[in-house]
Ligand binder design. Structure first.
Ligand SMILES: *Cc1c(COP(=O)(O)O)cnc(C)c1O
Length: 829
């Protein structure tokens, strides 16, 4: 006989008892697990279902408000969203963190063990994807009517293992564990077509595609801080099941009809693990179009559902393109408006130019996306046709101005005729958007004087800057509990979480010795946590008394991890030569993935590990240097490492790092920066003041001047015997005695494009200055506090407020527009 459940179910509130009851209910009735047998992963899933109920309630309320008040919406299109774990973040944003901790205590579960079970969805490579994730947090927190669109890759960013000092890539099976967080939306599906023929009759275009697959939506709910608003991130997965070949099926050939399904589903199989450099592969173009086509169809469907007519699209909708990856959205919207809705070209183009805006993320020419006309024509013939027409009309207009020569016309043409005829995706983005922004002041300035200089003449008001930011919820409240307690104590609760600029009040306390000591204790606790992690994972013991010197980010030549290693080698040499000097102990911490096909980056990882092997085991060094490479950099790992850093390495060649956001996370957590005048480092210096940041190296102008006169690394090697010795040790195998030639090929091919030799001396001298500064701990922590206090500008809330105001023209939901509190979706059984 059936028995009634012992646990009554109601919507959990902030009450720990009710939360406990709800968790047990989910465990039994959703997961079908006996509490007696439940493992931490089961408890995690049960707790996530409980937390999701609350987030879902916010989400449904939010959606009602958008519809009721006919809010203009922004759609954020990105190939990457590097969200990090959802659970703790949602508890903090919903204000139920302490209540959940108490419920876990009542259930006699260890909170940290359970939350450690959550997969970290790696649907992005690095900074670009993490920026999109911080932006979603801020959009919800600022109550901006918004929705993200991305791809639900079956395999996210690969998992990195280090075996014999080398990177080994392992698949990331993040979907294999129960994902309690996402809602499948079986009724949100759209066909996405590829290939085939374009027929043109009487100037009417008819595209007959060769294949069609289905995009299926999954919603991940993104809670804003304060629990009032939550927005969806809709992730598409490729599904072959809806559209199989009916002709084959009707012939009774079931297997032929199903045959192509697995290859079709490859589209959303795996994230391309390249950072900054595009690989130009056919499947990647398919992925980009897949994202764009499903999202634009969905945006149109949503608009039609909310409003009487599609004519008002530009009044109600803004669409943002995160880099050029989703730029096919422009010809896709043109296609749908003209071929499906029957609009004229002029009307469709007018709408496009009002709707789209685009963020540029890099100036490096090797990273600018282009696609061959051949590939584009084969895969998307109608879109190529539209791009030609956009280009023709655009170039005619430019010619009509009568101000520019044919060379100028060639330069601004969307079709590059010089490299085997290719579509320049960034050019298409500029021509089809009403606003184009860079991601830090220096980057936006360089953008309009270098790659987009010609366009800046044509459209001076189109270009603007929005300096990147990071969310203080994840990067302080989730990542750094000791600092959270410290800030709450001194600044009052919650102010800084929503208004990071209010953190400036800390400036009044920086001279207080007791406050400095309290902050030192915060730092020590975080350093201990990281030391414990390193000992547990790698078996390396480090002392929290040492200066923690940290460089964590994608491994790339322009970021110059190699220069960091060369400083370590020089320091090793100097210690052996002057053993009695009063050396400051340092732990050099690295983490980061190299694109699997990026040979030099992988060699840099190996060099770091080779140097670690020698230096860490040389007894003469007496632990004055420890080198640690922590495998598998990810958002979760960043949350452990960043709070523990004393020194933040932001040492890219000036002019190469568009903004950086790692630099902001570190300063916000009280690390001092050693950096070049590149990206957002420039603005961080303006805010924290010259005395509290260590700037070194050539400026953008000096880098450019060196390039002009013909940069020669040998000039620096000849002048600097220490540098010469370091380079010689690397290339002659001092750190790889088993294989002396290991680094010979890298150095031979090396023209030092990123000018490491030019900045080396200035970098090393600055590092000695840092040692001296660190000796006076009171003063160091004072500077750390000044860094924290002056980071208000770098909240992603500020970035998003600027986008909303200057680019999207979107107004947040007002207090009055939210449904009343008692209008809850309450359930009881
Ligand atoms: C912030 C972040 C990045 C970007 O770091 P940069 O130093 O700005 O390159 C990359 N990956 C992860 C996981 C991050 O959290």
């Amino acid at each position: 006989m059936a028995r009634l459940p012992e646990y009554e179910y109601r919507m959990p509130t902030t009450d720990a008892d009710r939360i406990r009851q709800s968790i047990v209910f989910k465990l039994i009735f959703i997961l079908g697990v006996d509490p007696k047998d439940a493992k931490p992963e089961h408890w995690l899933n049960a707790a996530m279902f409980t937390a999701r109920d609350l987030v879902t309630e916010s989400f449904l309320r939010t959606r009602r408000s958008h519809i009721d008040h006919k809010k203009r919406m922004v759609y954020y299109l990105s190939m990457e969203f590097l969200l990090g774990r959802a659970f703790t973040n949602s508890l903090i944003n919903e204000g139920i963190y302490d209540a959940f901790k108490e419920a876990f205590q009542q259930l006699e579960l260890d909170f940290d063990t359970v939350i450690g079970e959550e997969e970290d969805p790696g649907l992005g490579n690095g900074g670009l994807g993490r920026l999109a994730a911080c932006f979603l947090d801020s959009l919800a927190t600022l109550r901006i009517p918004a929705m993200g669109y991305g791809i639900r890759y079956q395999y996210g960013m690969f998992k990195q293992e280090i075996i014999d000092g080398q990177q080994v890539e392992k698949p990331d099976l993040w979907l294999d564990k129960d994902m309690a967080w996402q809602f499948p939306r079986p009724n949100k599906h759209y066909p996405v077509a590829f290939g085939g023929q374009l027929h043109i009759e009487d100037n009417v275009r008819c595209w007959e595609p060769a294949e069609k697959i289905t995009a299926l939506g999954f919603d991940e709910i993104i809670p804003g801080y304060g629990g009032e608003v939550a927005n969806p991130l809709r992730l598409w997965t490729a599904h072959a099941g809806y559209l199989f070949d009916l002709a084959d099926f009707n012939k009774g050939d079931y297997f032929a009809a199903m045959r192509n399904q697995t290859s079709d589903e490859n589209i959303s199989r795996v994230l391309y693990p390249n950072d900054s450099t595009e690989s130009g592969r056919e499947l990647r173009l398919k992925q980009e179009y897949f994202l764009v086509s499903a999202s634009i169809q969905d945006i149109i469907a949503r608009h039609k559902c909310r409003f009487d007519s599609i004519d008002t699209l530009a009044d109600e909708v803004a669409i943002h393109l995160n880099d050029t990856h989703p730029v096919l959205a422009i010809p896709e919207l043109m296609r749908l408006l003209i071929d499906v809705e029957g609009w004229t070209w002029e009307k469709a183009w007018d709408t496009c130019c009002k709707v789209f805006s685009y963020t540029n993320h890099t100036l490096m020419s090797e990273a600018l996306e282009t696609w061959s006309l051949d590939l584009m024509g084969r895969m998307l013939p109608r879109h190529l046709d539209i791009i030609f027409e956009i280009n023709k009309i655009f170039l005619d207009e430019v010619r009509a101005l009568g101000l520019f020569d044919e060379d100028f016309i060639r330069r601004v043409s969307i079709i590059d005729e010089s490299n085997g005829r290719r579509v320049r995706m960034a050019w298409l983005a500029v021509v089809g958007s009403h606003k184009v922004n860079g991601v830090a002041k220096i980057h936006s300035d360089l953008m309009t004087t270098s790659i987009f200089a010609d366009f800046a003449k044509l459209f001076p008001s189109r270009f603007t800057n929005v300096t990147n930011g990071v969310t203080p919820r994840r990067w302080i409240a989730v990542a750094n509990r000791p600092l959270t307690a410290f800030l709450d104590k001194h600044l009052g609760t919650n102010q800084w979480r929503l208004h990071l600029e209010k953190i400036a009040a800390l400036n009044d306390l920086v001279d207080d010795k007791a406050v400095q000591e309290e902050f030192a204790e915060v730092k020590r606790a975080n350093k201990q946590r990281l030391a414990d992690y390193i000992e547990k994972e790698l078996g390396i013991k480090i002392s929290t008394e040492a200066l923690f010197d940290v460089q964590i980010k994608r491994i790339h030549e322009y970021k110059r991890q190699a220069m960091n290693v060369m400083h370590i080698i020089d320091r090793y040499n100097q210690i052996l030569e002057n053993p009695d000097k009063d050396w400051q102990p340092r732990v050099f911490i690295f983490a980061g993935k190299a694109a699997s096909s990026y040979y030099v980056a992988k060699k840099i990882i190996r060099l770091i590990n080779d140097v670690a092997e020698v230096v860490n085991h040389d007894e003469r060094i007496r632990d004055l240097i420890k080198v640690v490479f922590i495998p598998n950099y990810s958002v979760s790992l960043a949350q452990i490492i960043i709070p523990a850093a004393d020194l933040s390495e932001q040492i890219s060649l000036a002019g190469t790092e568009a903004s950086g956001t790692g630099n902001m996370k570190f300063a916000l957590n009280g690390a001092l920066t050693v950096g070049t005048l590149d990206g957002a480092n420039v603005e961080i210096r303006e805010k924290v003041g010259d005395e509290h940041i260590f700037i070194f190296g050539n400026t953008v102008e000096q880098v450019e001047a060196l390039r002009q006169k013909g940069y020669d690394p040998l000039d620096y090697l000849e002048k600097d015997p220490d540098l010469r010795r370091v380079v010689k040790q690397i290339v002659t195998g001092f750190f790889s005695p088993q294989e002396p030639n290991r680094y010979a090929d890298v150095s031979q091919a090396y023209g030092d494009y990123y000018q490491v030799m030019a900045d080396f001396r200035s970098y090393v001298d600055t590092q000695y200055r840092i040692d001296d500064y660190y000796r006076d701990k009171g003063n160091w922590y004072r500077s750390a506090l000044i860094n924290i206090a002056n980071m208000g500008h770098f909240s992603s809330d500020r970035s998003i407020a600027e986008y909303a105001e200057n680019i999207w023209n979107i107004k947040p939901l007002t207090e009055a527009e939210l449904p009343p509190e008692d209008d809850r979706f309450s359930i009881s059984v």
